[in-house]
Write a protein that binds this ligand. Structure first.
Ligand SMILES: [Zn+2]
Length: 446
């Protein structure tokens, strides 16, 4: 009967959002996630786009960004975009909008890759696009991606392929006569190299919440998943269903579409190394996004709970819980039994859920590495080194049981900053955040 307590569909495995709303019944959930009809959104297009004749080269466009106090109109440089009929650049191969995918009642996913989307065009560079227009969403997302890419290029030598941006698609699950929609979220598909920005729900808009695309951290976080998948491809080599890796757990795990909502809320929870990797990917993406953005841009205060729960610098979750992977938290995460749920609000961390565990990893790793360097570039280099080490040594530890696998993964991050023995400050971070993780000699004997 635990499923009757569960609901809602906003936690896909690569998503930034780790604090979804939950309601007592699926019916209520559907109501919560009904949002503006997409036909209304289409009305926001510049009418000039209906004929291609007025398409002009992009220059500087106004976008809207959250800077911890308010959503501010600012300007991004989009001169890198070509003036063809498709918005593209060196780092973004295409910006599309479309209805792009859906699940049927069997849990099968029909993906709409970039090829199915319609290319977004911006025809009148003089137009004020408006805060909620699809063009603004596209440009704000593109701006975050361009900045993330520039940051990546400054810290590594690998060249990344351009990605597709999928803007405000309608994703829905069809369950008999009901449909559920995804909103207030973002995702990245490593297979299609496609970053998706979902619509804002009517509830979130009415509550005055900042939209996902207005927080540059969100696009940067999703870009972090891209970096993760490129430097640590072995993480996905064994997935049975690679096509839908970031969208759907294997159906066998939970017996239906409920699995894509929240792994902790459905039957037959099976903890395996893929779950550890997914939590690691969330922690990595939080860190990468954080290092990519400057102090002003990385704020998450406009969202309901993010600014503590997902802030890399916060030692606590929104509800005051310390971010620590102590034995209680670790046992909950590594348990195949579904914990009795007391999670009613996004303020409460769910320790069986990858974003909560990822947030603890991110906090601990940043605290530890901060004892060595305060430079975001240096820490980003360490992050990539961590992935490269994981990739290099994966075959030697991939078959360990989850608890040991998790230990090895964290151990590699901790050891990256060890010079001789750990300092007292390093030891205090390790004891605070990773008290149950050890290498063969133990990190800090006392
Ligand atoms: Zn994510």
């Amino acid at each position: 009967m635990k499923n009757s307590l569960s609901s809602i569909a906003i936690l896909l495995s690569s998503f930034l959002l780790g604090c979804g709303e939950r309601s007592k019944s699926p019916a209520a959930a559907i109501t919560n996630y009904t949002y503006t009809n997409k036909l209304e959104k289409y009305h926001l297009f510049d009418p000039a786009c209906q004929s291609h004749s007025r398409f002009t080269e992009l220059g500087r466009f106004s976008i809207y960004q959250w800077n911890d106090y308010f959503v501010a109109k600012t300007y991004g440089d989009f001169k890198g975009f070509t003036s063809s009929t498709r918005l593209s650049s060196q780092n973004i191969s295409n910006i599309i909008h479309s209805e792009s995918g859906k699940y049927d009642v069997e849990g099968n996913y029909y993906i709409g890759s970039g090829a199915l989307g319609l290319p977004l065009k911006i025809c009148n560079t003089a137009a004020d696009l408006g805060q909620k227009s699809i063009e603004t969403v596209a440009l704000a997302t593109a701006y975050a991606v361009e900045k993330s890419h520039a940051f990546y290029s400054a810290t590594t030598h690998l060249k990344l392929d351009p990605i597709v941006l999928n803007i405000l698609p309608t994703y829905h699950i069809i369950d008999g006569t009901n449909a559920r929609y995804f909103a207030n979220n973002a995702s990245f598909s490593p297979l299609f190299k496609e970053l998706t920005m979902y619509p804002q729900s009517q509830r979130a808009a009415a509550a005055g919440e900042v939209a996902m695309w207005e927080m540059p951290m969100v696009g940067a976080h999703e870009f972090g998943h891209y970096v993760f998948s490129q430097h640590f491809p072995s993480a996905y080599s064994k997935r049975k269903n690679y096509r839908t890796t970031f969208w759907q757990e294997p159906k066998a795990r939970t017996g239906g579409y409920a699995n894509i909502m929240n792994k902790s809320l459905v039957g037959n929870r099976v903890v395996n190394n893929e779950l550890i990797i997914d939590a690691l990917s969330e922690g990595f993406a939080d860190l990468y996004g954080f290092y990519t953005q400057n102090e002003k841009a990385r704020g998450l205060a406009g969202s309901r709970c993010f600014h503590r729960t997902r802030s890399v610098k916060s030692s606590t979750f929104y509800n005051g819980d310390l971010k620590t992977l102590d034995s209680r938290t670790l046992n909950l995460f590594l348990s195949n039994n579904i914990a009795s749920l007391k999670v009613e609000h996004c303020a409460d961390p769910d320790y069986q859920e990858i974003h909560s565990i990822g947030a603890i990893i991110a906090y601990g790793v940043n605290e530890l590495w901060s004892q060595t360097t305060s430079s975001a570039h240096e820490k980003a280099k360490l992050l990539v080194q961590w992935l490269d080490k994981l990739e290099e040594e994966f075959s030697s530890f991939q078959n360990n049981p989850p608890r040991i696998f998790f230990n090895v993964v964290v151990d590699l991050a901790i050891k990256l900053v060890r010079v001789g023995s750990f300092s007292d400050n390093q030891c205090s971070v390790i004891k605070e955040v990773f008290p149950d993780f050890n290498n063969e000699n133990s990190y800090c004997l006392i």
